[in-house]
Write a protein that binds this ligand. Structure first.
Ligand code: HEM
Length: 155
């Protein structure tokens, strides 16, 4: 499904706005929401396994959070320009195998989606609206579908 200029702008502009906030704080919030929705997801992340608390400023935690946000944002741009998500061939293969290897399954993508939408909602405050939610959800769904397809191809 194609994406309108407006939808692309909603995702891009909100990500730009959020980035001015404290990124480590956003990453922590994103991960606490993931664990709140699905506590069992904790054991999948090498950097969360052995601690009871979320590690403040852990570079891996921050990297995963930022990757998910950034790639969803890129996905929005591609959906508008090309009507499909284009992640480089190698990257997509890599993304498929790393998630498969770590025991990630399809339902986890819904958990991450929920956490992502709630993180953006909180960060945007009064600027958040249904249209923005739809745009982020669609961009994420298309990206997740591409990763899941690669996971299924490999499994
Ligand atoms: C690793 C992106 C969804 C769990 C990674 C890496 C990337 C990435 C780029 C590699 C990081 C590196 O090698 O430095 C994404 C994107 C997602 C997504 C774009 C959604 C569209 C998920 C979901 C889960 C998950 C749903 C499960 C809750 C993991 C785990 C690792 C990983 C456990 C390995 C991290 C580690 O322990 O070092 N992800 N991911 N990801 N991802 Fe995701």
């Amino acid at each position: 499904m194609g994406f309108t200029d407006k939808q692309e702008a909603l995702v891009k502009d909100s990500w730009e706005f959020m980035k001015q906030d404290d990124i480590p704080q956003l990453s922590l919030r994103f991960f606490s929401l993931i664990l709140e929705i699905a506590p069992a997801a904790k054991n999948m992340f090498s950097f969360l396994k052995d601690s009871d608390e979320l590690p403040q400023n852990n570079p891996k935690l921050k990297a995963h959070a930022v990757k998910v946000f950034k790639m969803t944002c890129e996905s929005a741009i591609q959906l508008r320009e090309k009507r499909e998500v284009v992640v480089g061939e190698t990257t997509l293969k890599y993304l498929g195998s790393i998630h498969l290897q770590k025991g990630v399954a399809d339902p986890h993508f819904e958990v991450v989606k929920e956490a992502l939408l709630r993180t953006v909602e909180e960060a945007m405050g009064k600027k958040w609206n249904d249209e923005m939610k739809e745009a982020w959800a669609e961009a994420y769904d298309q990206l997740a579908a591409a990763i899941k397809a690669e996971m299924h191809a490999e499994a």
